[in-house]
Design a protein around this ligand. Structure first.
Ligand code: SF4
Length: 282
């Protein structure tokens, strides 16, 4: 049966590329020649105008994403400034920061400056992580998620499927996520890129739906958000997603790839009889 309401979240790539880490699924790593656009900090006025535009389509959650291993002092100040400016603009958004590894004090500082939740994905299972990244550990990812919770932030944590992991490792990831009890879980499907070392092809629609159904079973209370790979795996007919347990989507563009237009997504949701959530608190 369909969920009645779908939550619309958007992401803004506020600091792009040039990342020294070697995550094998990520086009922002300097280890791979992917030619993504790179810039250090997006101007705050640009972030505000993106937010105003997406809010006009019903976006409730807005996530400020930076590339790189973690939240250093300069980045923390920049995100705090952006958060204050967004709150001052009166858009009434749920603000999320996604800046990699972070300690509890920095996360508390972000909260004091208007950030409501922190996004840090476990990405994959503990037992598979070393196959997709050698420059940092799964354990430090888990620790950052714990820091976000200790700092009093909401936790948004999920992963990416289709990297070559087994079904047992998918269950292992979901079990770890369950232990963190995130309020929101993004589900991504790997997008193949010839410049990346992972050679897995696009996951089939049926396998992807199995992953979503399993995630819903493991995380019955989390808001399950379909993120990267939605268009590639599900094409134009995305009805099955919502029947399988998805209750949030990324509206607009992704970090380094274009999404559909917000209008197309909203028309499609309405054609399935779904409504757009109007508050983050239900
Ligand atoms: S740390 Fe983040 S930005 Fe850097 S390569 Fe890994 S996923 Fe990409």
């Amino acid at each position: 049966m369909f969920k009645k309401e779908i939550f619309l979240c958007s992401i803004s790539n506020v600091s792009s590329g040039n990342c020294a880490e070697d995550c094998a699924y990520c086009t922002q790593s300097v280890h791979y020649k992917t030619n993504v656009q790179t810039y250090k900090y997006k101007p705050i006025e640009t972030i505000i105008s993106e937010a105003r535009n997406l809010k006009s389509y019903g976006m409730l959650g807005f996530c400020l994403v930076t590339s790189g291993r973690g939240l250093d002092h300069e980045k923390c100040e920049y995100i705090a400034r952006a958060a204050r400016a967004l709150k001052d603009d009166g858009l009434d958004l749920h603000l999320i920061a996604c800046c990699g590894r972070a300690d509890e004090d920095s996360l508390r500082y972000l909260k004091q400056n208007g950030i409501d939740s922190y996004n840090h994905n476990l990405e994959t299972s503990q037992s598979f992580f070393s196959k997709i990244c050698t420059t940092h550990t799964w354990e430090e990812r888990y620790e950052t998620c714990q820091n976000a919770l200790r700092a009093g932030l909401g936790l948004c944590s999920g992963g990416i499927f289709g990297l070559g992991e087994s079904w047992v490792q998918r269950m292992e990831l979901l079990d770890s996520l369950r232990s963190l009890n995130p309020h929101s879980t993004p589900i991504n499907f790997f997008i193949n890129n010839p410049a990346l070392p992972i050679t897995e092809s696009v996951m089939s629609r049926d396998e992807a739906l199995e992953c979503i159904i399993m995630a819903r079973e493991y995380l019955p209370r989390a808001r399950l958000m379909i993120a990267g790979g939605r268009e590639l795996v599900f094409g134009q007919d995305q009805r099955d997603l919502y029947e399988s347990g998805i209750d949030a989507i990324v509206l607009g563009n992704y970090l380094t790839t274009k999404g559909r237009t917000p209008k197309d997504d909203i028309n499609e949701l309405q054609s399935y009889g779904l409504s757009i959530a109007t508050s983050c608190h239900n």
